[in-house]
Write a protein that binds this ligand. Structure first.
Ligand code: 6R9
Length: 661
């Protein structure tokens, strides 16, 4: 059965599968809504009669809602006196002021008190079947040893430590050791090149780097320490590099000191970490997340979006170098006292059954991955999935980019055997945690394939038109903004608060209003009020789920390091300067090598098209949306070309366009 949903072509879950969804979910029923059973955090709030009043309350009384959640969910050294003090128009975000706590105590010590031998981490190493389990007691011990080591080596509260490691227990212990002693961490994805790493170390003013001798991924050895060596050559502030050996024994540490590491007393708004992400200009920005609000938001979204229950094994396969790894491999699950998987390998190593063999072996209950991997595995065929027992799976999650209906259906039907709800979760490095997503445990939960559905508690999304007018009706599309603060949002851009205000809260994006958080994404709101994310509105692109600014690639392609004079457009159109005589294949190879060296392999252009000119407006701006449409082969969607300087430029790129490899 096909139901209408605002857009004629969009398929909605059939009434049959909806029945299946409902019967599977933890439906509180229509009898009496038991707030305490559904959400203990909200138990003290009066007058909540059903899920929708809870949602409404969380938005209209955000301050009381989050205060109740923070008291219930976090362990405080001393309580906060002011739940929130925010002014979006000035980019001022403060939550739980006056409160003192330690994030590592919240993630470790309190669980060690109640269940020391519970498994905190399952390190799914590259070689299948060689996983290593680390209990809460062991993880606390590792964290304390590392914390002491860092302190002994001069790292102080407020310093920033760069972590360049693949997912492994020592990486998590390094993050938590920073949190323990009050240092901020700056995890850099271990696939980044030496130059990209160096840029992030310098911007963060990190004097300490933690890494491993080598990484192992997809059966290949990766020389991470060598990359660090090259990077620190251009980072004069780096005083020490701590190198862990990638070993079979996760608790083997060289330090021999006392394993008690006194946790630093931290203010709610002290910095917990920086995480660099791409923006629409060339320079990546170090988004700053703070202690209490971030942890609370990661914990609550982890629990309620994925229906995480005590004893479940949570399998987020994102790398810890991304925000997804921070919030859903580390902080959310550990704050909730859960068991979380750290995935070191790739979806197709040693074969395309890897994820599902792992699900069977580790008895994973919630699996959280990226559409790009789902699409890849879909191509290999159902047999790789059917081979393994996936009966432990309860919820399937998707993140990082829009999931097309075909991939969604396959994930749901084949991987989840049609019985596991798929949560398409929309959020960003900036938001700290999931903001729009189905919540299958809700009574009346409904899920439409390919739609992120509904806002999380306390989140109020709005759509805006190009004039900055809020669009109030349904069945409409616009720029996705959020109209009130929530505890998980990033507080600033490291060393550049002005850029933070300009990027997210000012008129530069939409011409009129302030007081909104501008996400940079476009969204469609269906007749029913459900959200579907349509993609970036700015010059940020998504390459296999990795976010990258077109300007970053352009900076490399047009840099002086290139021995050939070129100027370029987007993904990747290259305009050779006049009178340059070069084989296109040679130049393509050269540009690919340069992007790989200066940013990362994943940022390499899949196809480079050489053109004589780019479509530009009369004021000289490249019309990137036109290039995007040509690449997508959506020639009917080129839109308004009236400001185009030379229409023949579009015809030229259409004729020269080839499908991406
Ligand atoms: C968590 C994460 C953020 C950008 C975001 C958007 C895209 C993420 C999505 C999605 C459609 C989803 N994005 N989740 N688009 N549907 N469910 O990925 O953070 O790396 O900062 O990327 O990713 O464009 O703005 P980050």
């Amino acid at each position: 059965m096909w139901l209408p949903c605002g857009r004629a072509s969009r398929r909605v879950v059939s009434s049959f599968s909806r029945r299946v969804f409902r019967s599977y979910f933890h439906v509180e029923g229509r009898r009496k809504f038991n707030v305490a059973a559904f959400m203990p955090e909200a138990a003290g709030i009066q007058g909540l009669s059903d899920r929708s009043t809870l949602q409404e309350f969380s938005v209209s009384n955000g301050e009381s809602f989050w205060a109740a959640a923070a008291r219930h969910r976090l362990s405080w050294i001393s309580p906060f006196h002011t739940a929130q003090d925010c002014d979006l128009s000035r980019g001022r975000i403060k939550w739980f002021e006056g409160g003192k706590l330690n994030v590592s105590v919240n993630c470790l010590d309190r669980h060690v008190h109640t269940c020391p031998e519970k498994v905190a981490l399952i390190w799914e190493r590259d070689e299948p079947g060689s996983e290593v389990e680390v209990t809460y007691r062991q993880l606390l011990e590792m964290t304390c040893r590392l914390g002491n080591l860092l302190r002994r080596r001069g790292v102080k509260k407020g310093d920033c430590v760069t972590i360049y490691m693949p997912p492994c227990p020592l990486a998590v212990a390094s993050m938590l050791a920073c949190a323990r002693i009050g240092a901020a961490h700056n995890v850099v994805f271990a696939g980044f090149s030496a130059e990209a790493l160096a840029e992030r170390i310098r911007d963060a003013h990190s004097s300490t780097v933690i890494t491993v001798n080598q990484g192992v991924r997809g059966g290949k050895v990766i020389e991470l320490k060598k990359t660090v060596d090259t990077a620190v050559d251009s980072c004069p502030m780096v005083q020490q590099v701590l190198v862990a050996m990638r070993t079979e024994n996760p608790v083997a540490m060289t330090a021999r000191d006392d394993v008690v590491c006194e946790p630093a007393v931290m203010d709610s708004e002290d910095v917990l970490f920086l995480l660099y992400t791409s923006g629409s200009t060339g320079k990546p920005k170090g988004l700053v997340h703070t202690q209490a609000g971030y942890l609370l938001y990661a914990a609550l979204t982890h629990r309620y979006v994925f229906s995480y229950h005590d004893g479940d094994v949570f399998g987020c396969v994102a790398d810890i170098g991304w925000i997804t790894g921070h919030s859903y491999s580390v902080y959310g699950p550990l704050a909730n006292g859960g068991t979380t998987v750290l995935f070191e390998s790739t979806p197709i190593y040693p074969d395309p059954g890897r994820y599902w063999e792992m699900v069977q072996r580790l008895k994973i209950n919630q699996f959280y991955g990226a559409p790009t991997a789902i699409r890849l595995l879909l191509k290999y065929g159902d047999q790789w999935v059917h081979k393994y027992d996936r009966s432990t799976l309860k919820t399937l999650g998707s993140v990082g980019e829009p999931i097309n209906t075909e991939a969604w259906e396959w994930y749901h039907r084949v991987v989840g055997d049609g019985r596991c709800p798929v949560v398409d979760t929309w959020w960003q490095t900036e938001t700290g945690g999931i903001c729009i997503s189905p919540r299958p445990s809700d009574p009346d939960a409904e899920i439409v394939p390919g739609m992120a559905m509904r806002p999380f508690f306390g989140i109020k999304p709005v759509l805006m038109d190009t004039e900055g007018k809020v669009l109030t009706s349904n069945n409409t599309s616009g720029a996705l903004c959020i109209s009130q603060p929530w505890p998980g949002m990033a507080r600033t851009i490291h060393n550049n608060h002005q850029r933070y205000i300009e990027t997210y809260f000012s008129k530069s994006f939409c011409p009129v209003p302030t007081g909104y958080f501008f996400t940079g994404d476009g969204a469609y709101r269906s007749k029913e009020g459900y959200y579907q994310i349509t993609g970036r509105l700015d010059d940020v692109i998504n390459v296999s789920g990795h976010r990258i600014g077109t300007a970053e690639i352009e900076d490399v392609v047009v840099s002086d390091d290139c021995p050939l004079p070129v100027s370029s457009g987007v993904y990747t159109f290259v305009v050779l300067k006049k009178d340059v005589d070069v084989q296109e294949t040679d130049l393509s190879r050269l540009l690919n090598d340069m992007v790989s060296k200066k940013i990362a392999k994943y940022a390499c252009p899949d196809f480079i098209q050489f053109v004589h000119r780019l479509p530009k407006t009369r004021s000289g701006k490249i019309m990137r949306r036109v290039l995007r449409k040509v690449v997508e082969r959506d020639l009917n969607g080129l839109g308004d070309l009236s400001t185009l300087d030379d229409p023949a430029a579009v015809q030229e790129i259409i004729q020269g366009h080839r499908e991406l490899r």
